[in-house]
Design a protein around this ligand. Structure first.
Ligand code: SF4
Length: 372
């Protein structure tokens, strides 16, 4: 197992659009969390396996962990995978909220082994950030980037959300320009989705907000492609763009169908054949481990058909594309004629217009039924 995901479930408050399994806490139970994760690690300890390619701390808000807790976790994980302290080619990503990044925290993270930070910027518009219930203001994003670079972490990714309700009058073009002006190595762009049981869903149901329509979603998505390409970024996946080849190695492993180990509440693992996932609630996770039980909620073994469907979906969502020889030529050339795909070096790769139709193109190719 060479890729590890560690889920840190804590947040200070819930963002207006978020339905993730999180634990909202004023005080982060760092010691209890570290104890629980180390117990889980002992249960799944990869005795014979060695080596670690990537380690990703996601959440929740991993940047809320105190630096000493972070250091204990990273050291224990490296030990468990027999990674010598001198090896510095492990990609170690920390998701951080801009308000948690200071010159001191950035320095401590780097010393603990973090070499890549994914910043939840979302927008540079104070009004929009407030609407999202984010705790940072726009100035904090640039300050966070400066602090990270000052500490020697220059592999920085920014998350942005597009397709916001029209009544916010969000200037997406301005946000893209401001993001590019910070020259992050990587950008992740997510279209806002309305999830049940979120403040956003309640606002929409009582008419206080309106979800973006498909046309504006497409316009903003295509604008991002054009703007980022002009700034030297290459989209290597439907939502992710990098410059200077600085793709996320961790997420690329997911999209290549590699095995990975997930630790922490709600974390998923995949061994190449079966997928299993942990109980999502922090208290249930902690109690299971305190009682010596694995915190696994369930698992599924993929059928050959499911694996093939997943392989096609993952290939088409990235710029790897699918092999031209594996599918009927007339179908793929129809995609090219429609402007949804390009053919190069024996592979069919989706264009931005194609990525907007990803689900229906996967169904077209595999005959899979539509999901509701
Ligand atoms: S910080 Fe992230 S995980 Fe936490 S509430 Fe906001 S969107 Fe959800």
């Amino acid at each position: 197992m060479h890729h590890v995901y560690l889920h840190v479930p804590f947040c200070r408050r819930r963002c207006s659009y978020c339905d993730f399994s999180i634990a909202v806490r004023k005080r982060i139970p760092a010691q209890e969390y570290v104890d629980a994760v180390l117990r889980e690690l002992a249960l799944v300890r990869p005795a014979k396996e060695s080596g670690l390619d990537t380690l990703y701390l996601g959440g929740g808000t991993p940047s809320l962990l105190p630096p000493d807790a972070l250091k204990t976790l990273l050291t224990s994980l490296r030990d468990a995978f027999h990674v010598t302290p001198s090896r510095d080619d492990v990609e170690v990503t920390l998701e951080a909220n801009p308000e948690d990044v200071t010159p001191e925290s950035a320095e401590q993270w780097r010393r603990a082994g973090v070499n890549r930070v994914s910043l939840g910027a979302q927008s540079f518009d104070a009004r929009v950030l407030q609407w999202m219930h984010r705790s940072h203001d726009a100035a904090r994003i640039a300050a966070a980037v400066r602090a990270l670079r000052g500490a020697g972490i220059d592999n920085i990714s920014l998350d942005l959300i597009f397709a916001l309700p029209a009544e916010l009058s969000r200037d997406w073009s301005r946000d893209l320009d401001l993001a590019c002006s910070l020259l992050p190595a990587h950008l992740s762009l997510y279209g806002l989705t309305v999830e049940e049981r979120t403040p956003l869903a309640r606002w929409i149901s009582r008419g206080a907000a309106t979800a973006a329509d498909d046309e504006r979603y497409a316009d903003e998505y295509l604008l991002a492609h054009a703007r980022l390409a002009a700034c030297g970024y290459r989209f290597y996946e439907v939502s992710n763009a990098a410059r200077d080849g600085r793709c996320s190695r961790h997420n690329s492993a997911y999209w290549s169908g590699c095995a990975y180990l997930g630790l922490g509440p709600a974390a998923h693992s995949f061994d190449g054949r079966a997928r299993r996932w942990n109980t999502p609630a922090w208290d249930a996770y902690r109690r299971a481990l305190a009682a010596g039980r694995a915190p696994v909620e369930s698992e599924e073994v993929l059928t050959p058909e499911q694996r093939e469907l997943e392989r096609v979906y993952l290939s088409l969502r990235t710029d790897a594309g699918v092999s031209l020889s594996a599918y009927p030529a007339n179908r793929l050339t129809a995609w090219v004629a429609a402007g949804w795909a390009r053919i190069a070096r024996g592979h069919v790769r989706l264009t931005p217009e194609g990525w907007l139709r990803l689900d229906s193109l996967v169904r077209d190719l595999t005959g899979a039924p539509a999901t509701s």
